[in-house]
Write a protein that binds this ligand. Structure first.
Ligand code: ADP
Ligand code: ASP
Ligand code: MG
Length: 463
């Protein structure tokens, strides 16, 4: 088979883990053609985010940089045995750290960053990781080459921070650059999360983007399967950090898995399953640390077990709820349209919407990081008109959802859900069900969300 295997940050987080990953690659390389995608080591991306938040304020970032450098150097030192291979990757790593430090110094001095410079900084996590993993493979006697997403052929638009791959061009370039290498038995280790524009500027494709890189590569290179290797046994019925008694979901359709990703499960990029779905390539979510587990198989088959209404309970944090009210909004068409176009023009994405029957208020959710901007553009755009009276917000809310194809066409799901929630005396602030009927979602205070998840998991997930 031809397989893309992606390893998440935790799977490559230290020497032992890199060794484990290299072993998995070696074992699978004897019978298959492999394309490897790697995330940044451990929590490197989180530290790089700290840098892009601090540096433009002029704050010193030396400590973070020193720690990151030490972390990567120690990993190389302990992972690679062959001196030639080790020195080579050490040198590459040093060059990257020198360049990273220079960029950070520039931002600190000017107290100025741009989306482009942010992506440049964020890209270092994966750019540092790929050569280390490729070196480890060489060290174990395999033939491997490290490539950035951009150099492999992933070309994106220039929406820095959330760039979109230009599929046709990307497919052409990926095939040109990789097919012959794969045929020769060379294992490409490609950085997840990043691409480049046609002008050769580095872009990132959004948090959790390495999963998206993996499916994109899979679709463009016509592979048989895509494996997403992580630190849990597959997609689970709830976040294992919240609940102990979660279950591994053995089968999901692309639509169900997408719904779970969008609704916050496994910090997966919301578009991660799109390329796989379009090319109809099975995706397996597996545990790097547990060979015995079969993981989750995602494909085009919808399997609903008897009486199974939901397969998972999910949560999104870090969102804000905005409420626009005004008695005159009733019977005044176009207010919703205006809200959406104001937010759209300002590149603020709406996560969920609901409007009361009386039409005198519209409530919607956005990412918390965009709240200040959203409030100011809405005030400018709406309040001077007679129709809108007030714009209110809450910024400590969570969206809790149940997800699964079993609720489609099933009566009484909402009543069971809200019964379970009301027994816990949790106040529901907003409700929405997508037309796909694959999820039922509602908003609660962030502080109530764990209790809400627990009660829904008890109610809907079979033991
Ligand atoms: P990786 O580094 O492999 O990409 P992530 O941190 O992005 O891993 O995602 C894996 C983590 O997501 C798991 O360790 C788990 O704690 C968390 N998680 C939250 N919800 C779920 C879920 N429904 N199924 C599986 N994992 C989940
Ligand atoms: N390193 C990036 C992140 O932490 C991409 C990824 O791991 O998927 O979001
Ligand atoms: Mg991830």
């Amino acid at each position: 088979m031809k397989i893309v295997i992606k390893f998440g940050g935790t799977s490559v987080g230290n020497t032992e883990r890199i060794e484990n990953v290299a072993r998995i690659i070696k074992e699978n390389s004897t019978e298959n053609q492999l394309i490897i995608v790697t995330s940044a080591l451990g929590e490197t991306t989180d530290y790089l985010i700290e840098i892009i938040e601090k540096a433009p304020k002029g704050d010193n970032c030396d400590e973070i940089l020193v720690n990151l450098e030490k972390y990567h150097n120690e990993t190389i030192e302990n992972s690679i045995k062959n001196d030639h291979v080790k020195n080579d990757v050490k040198e590459r790593t040093q060059k990257m750290f020198d360049a990273l430090k220079k960029s950070v110094e520039g931002i600190i001095t000017l107290k100025q960053a741009t989306p482009k410079s942010n992506d440049q900084i964020l890209s270092y996590g994966e750019r540092l990781a790929a050569p280390i993993l490729a070196a480890k493979l060489e060290d174990m006697g395999l033939n491997s080459i490290a490539l950035t997403g951009g150099d492999a052929g992933i070309i994106t638009d220039d929406k820095f921070g959330e760039a979109t791959p230009l599929i046709k061009l990307t497919k052409h370039r990926l095939q040109n650059n990789l097919d012959s290498k794969i045929e020769k038995g060379i294992i490409p280790v490609i950085t997840g999360f990043i691409g480049k524009t046609q002008e050769e500027e580095i872009t990132t494709i959004g948090r959790g983007g390495s999963d998206y890189t993996a499916t994109l590569l899979g679709a463009c290179l016509n592979v048989d399967e895509i494996w997403i290797m992580t630190d849990v046994d597959g997609l689970l019925s709830a976040d294992p950090r919240i609940l102990e008694n979660t279950k591994v979901i053995t089968n999901l359709s692309y639509e169900e898995a997408t719904e779970m990703a969008v609704m916050g499960a496994k910090s997966m990029h919301p578009r991660a399953l799109e390329p796989a779905k379009e090319a109809n390539i099975p995706v397996r979510i597996k545990n790097s640390f547990n060979k015995k587990s079969d993981g989750t198989l995602i494909n085009d088959t919808v399997i609903v077990n008897e009486k199974e209404i939901a397969k998972a309970v999910t949560r999104i944090n870090g969102i804000a709820m905005i409420n626009v009210t005004g008695m005159n909004m009733a019977g005044n068409p176009g207010i919703a349209g205006q809200i959406f176009s104001i937010l759209g023009r300002n590149e603020i994405n709406i996560i969920m919407i609901s409007q009361s029957i009386s039409e005198s208020n519209i409530t919607f959710l956005i990412n918390k990081s965009k709240l200040t901007k959203a409030l100011s553009v809405l005030e400018i755009g709406l309040l001077n008109k007679e129709i809108v009276k007030e714009i209110k917000f809450e910024d400590e809310v969570s969206v809790v959802s149940i997800v699964g194809a079993g609720m489609k066409g099933t009566h009484g799901v909402a009543s069971r859900l809200f019964n379970a929630i009301s027994k816990k005396e949790i106040n529901v602030k907003m409700i929405a069900q997508g037309s796909s009927q694959l999820n039922l979602s509602f908003v609660v205070n962030e502080s109530d969300s764990v209790e809400a998840i627990k009660s829904l998991h008890d109610e809907f997930i079979k033991k």
